[in-house]
Design a protein around this ligand. Sequence first.
Ligand SMILES: Nc1ncnc2c1ncn2[C@@H]1O[C@H](COP(=O)(O)OP(=O)(O)OP(=O)(O)O)[C@@H](O)[C@H]1O
Length: 643
Amino acid sequence: MTSQVYEFQAQARQLLDLMVHSIYSNKDSFLRELISNASDAVDKLRLEGLRDKDLDADISDLAIRLTPDAEARTLTVSDNGIGMTRDEVIDLIGTVAKSGTDELRRKLAETDAKDAGELIGQFGIGFYSVFMVADSVELVTRKAGESVGTRWSSTGDGTYTLDEVADAPQGTAITLSLKPVDDENAVHDYADQNVLRRLVKKYSDFISWPIRMTVTKQVPADPDIEGAEPTVEEVDETLNSQKALWAKSPGEVSDEEYAEFYRHVSHAWDDPLETISLHAEGTFEYQALLFIPTQAPFDLFMRERASGIHLYVKRVFIMDDATELMPEYLRFVQGVVDAADLSLNVSREILQQDRQIRAIRRRLVKKVISSVQELQDRRPEDYQTFWGNFGRVFKEGLINDQDNAKAILKASVFASTNSETEPTTLVDYLSRCKPEQDVIYYMTGESRTQIERSPHLEAFRAKGIEVLLLSDPVDEVWVSSGIDFEGKQLVSVAKGVVDLDDADAADTDEDKSKRDEQFAPLLSWMGQTLADDVSEVRLSSRLTESAACLVGDDFSMTPQLEKLYRASGQPVPKSKRILELNPDNALVTALQGRFGGADDDHAALEPTAKLVYATAVLAEGGDLDDPAEVAKLLAETLTRTLG
Ligand SMILES: Nc1ncnc2c1ncn2[C@@H]1O[C@H](COP(=O)(O)OP(=O)(O)OP(=O)(O)O)[C@@H](O)[C@H]1O
């Protein structure tokens, strides 16, 4: 078959372009990416070889090799791993299937060139990073078990070429025609053995497969042989120590080694925010090395996102997305679990049933939550970074993980009326409230600003009672799950009856019941007039300024939750809430004054009743069912006042 020229998929072309013009400053990282991919490929072949005894592939000496050629200015990184078929090359190398690519492009479009490097680092470019240091690249690969190989070559412009290769060795070899050395722009001499030795030590020391390089060694002349000359010998040197970091105790591993290992397992380019090392002995023996990233990956909120946990059995790689080991709400956690007692043939179906896996998962989850708690207690700045990136995801656990909900709640923070900028823990919230306050108040809404404008907060503000301001969609759900914190229920300021009256309030019970009696006919008439929209009209104790507000009963959905359901296409019946009037508000007292007796004709007051309801909807940031009707009523009323 002759050469065929293909075009890169549009997204791939744009990313390539970024690499060719290399705005990312750490150019050395291309080597880490290639070695990481090679190591994954070797992992896969070993596993395949163990599972399929008939596989026609040699797995006796699996390794990665670096072959620099100083004269030709090339570097070849090869492995005898799983390899790729022709179709896989097109799929994996010619396209960027990675989720988040669109997001990356969008962000790059609105980012300064100088900050673009950081975005690239956040995204992780993988194989394409070779174009930071190479003018052209050739990849020759043969898939394990197949007889014919494929050659892929490109200069990083819009196209690449594919050829068939009859005698390709098993695995993948990637040859870079290196750009000229340019130390100023951090392009080092990647054809120099010493540079490569240093980079492997730095980035890839822990890779479990040998990374070999043929080096020349001076052999001194044999003193016993007269006239013997020193000779030069070529020997294989293994550049990495191959130590599995997760099997070592934390004292033996440096932060930098952990960080490199984190980048290897997560394919990320940032530093870990926290490293968690776990060695369990006893019934189930396993080791785990987990990381909480510093930056959120692009696809954190995408459904198809794979889990970040790699499963090993006694150092043998089994799978790289062991979703069974980490719940979805901790999907940002990356790392390795090495279980001693699982079979190498373990399948996903078995994992789902396995008692041992469940036990490991329970322990890992507790450990991750307690690490977050520790961040909160001891490293406030790091905790803030964590919360900004992962708080919304972490809170999903309040809904999905009943067993740990209390611990998650404690390790979370929430915006509150206590401070404009500093969120609060619930422990701090309780430390500030008066001893007689036996519940925790919150209000949900679309944003802090919207919640703060809502009339429901008036009396709380006036009485100095702190209210949590919850504006993430997930908040709507967990707060209604009936969860408590240290025995105190969470209570919405927009639901049910609130009783904020304290001992020194001016109103006595007697005053109140007299007032209730006075207002009763008005309230009942308004209830009938607004029967299509509200279930009841009553007097309020949560308002100090506004005329009216709408409240739900203890179990009703909030308007935000209704909106969420509607947006997700679920039919939600219109729920009627209670309209509360502020008996101290001038509009309400005037209305009461005009109302007269129950038997009078109240038709003239109907527009005002409707407008009071409409203002209550608007004040909480809600949508009117019929804005045109309200506009008309308002115009008529204003005309009358002016007239
Ligand atoms: N040496 C190799 N042997 C076999 N397959 C490889 C090799 N190098 C790359 N691949 C395949 O190509 C895919 C794309 O590689 P690339 O490095 O671009 O992305 P990645 O490793 O999947 O993710 P990331 O971009 O986060 O590093 C890999 O997932 C793998 O399937």
